[in-house]
Design a binder for this molecule. Structure first.
Ligand code: NDP
Length: 252
């Protein structure tokens, strides 16, 4: 909804990637002033449409709308963003279900590079519903010993230096400096921050200081790294949701 430039760019990227892998995607771009009832009616229509297997509400919503009832309105079976309370419940109960895309993308990235998780001391900086919390559940389900740090954590460096696996999702450019990282640790940088540059347009950088590359055993870049994994996981969730819905009501 509306014309937030970052949201418009994200939606365009998702639609492009969907087309690349052969998924049909439809963008319902609503004006910023659209009343909540109208948005909920559209979600109800998509929930009821058997040709639609996934519904994603691009956040943030305009300030006049309350996001929670909107996210709650998405049918859990079509919750490809994995943010519905039913999906959250399945995740924390260790049951199968649709997982939030960025945390699931982090897990896929770790698996692809064969980086160990089970038995590792994992520290996540950030406790949002979007990244930190669901990632804690995924790492726990994968048998890591998990610590969640946040803005009220005293002596953050003492906590992050404990980590074999350090995942940073704070939205603070270069928050994590080399002295805060245990030598050889795996560092996953989820943060995306726009900082001033000489062009005046700003450039993207992560939550991890570039100097950490000299200390870490492995480090994800920003841009790149986790960002593309988020979109890949959205496509994966859509396929999983479609398969589950087909299994529920087989096509003739
Ligand atoms: P939120 O702002 O919702 O949460 C940030 C979290 O970081 C909060 O828990 C906050 O603590 C904590 N935090 C903030 N400052 C500090 C600090 N100085 N020390 C310790 N903890 C701190 O952000 P999101 O989780 O939505 O996103 C985090 C970052 O990840 C952003 O840069 C965002 O752009 C990026 N992102 C990237 C994605 C991708 O695809 N790569 C997808 C989603 C997000 P508290 O709870 O106490 O306030």
């Amino acid at each position: 909804m509306g014309d937030d430039p970052a949201s418009v760019a994200y939606v365009r990227g998702k639609a492009r990637k969907a087309a690349e892998v052969g998924l049909r995607s439809t963008v319902h771009a609503l004006p910023e002033a659209t009343p909540q009832a109208e948005l909920l009616a559209l979600i109800a229509q998509l929930n009821a449409d058997p040709a639609v297997h996934g519904v994603l509400v691009q956040l943030p919503l305009p300030v006049h709308l309350d996001p929670q009832p909107v996210l709650d309105a998405v049918l859990p079976a079509k919750d490809v963003d994995g943010l519905h309370p039913v999906s959250t419940g399945h995740l924390w109960a260790g049951q199968p279900g649709l997982r939030p895309c960025t945390p699931a993308g982090v897990m896929a990235l770790l698996a692809f590079y064969g980086l160990p998780v089970a038995g590792q001391r994992a520290v996540i900086v950030g406790r949002s519903a979007l990244v930190g919390r669901p990632l804690a559940a995924l790492l726990l389900n994968a048998n890591a010993t998990v610590t969640l740090a946040h803005s009220r954590t005293p002596d953050l460096g003492a906590v992050t230096r404990e980590a074999d696996l350090l995942i940073v999702a704070a939205g603070r450019a270069h928050l994590i400096t080399p002295d805060m990282v245990r030598p050889g640790a795996t560092v996953i940088d989820v943060g995306i921050n726009r900082v001033p540059d000489e062009t005046g347009q700003g450039r993207l950088t992560g939550d991890v200081h570039p100097g950490v590359a000299g200390v870490a055993g492995a480090l994800t870049p920003v841009p790149g790294g986790v960002g593309p994994m988020t979109v890949a996981q959205l496509l994966m969730n859509t396929v999983l949701a479609a398969e589950a819905q087909q299994a529920q009501s087989p096509q003739p």
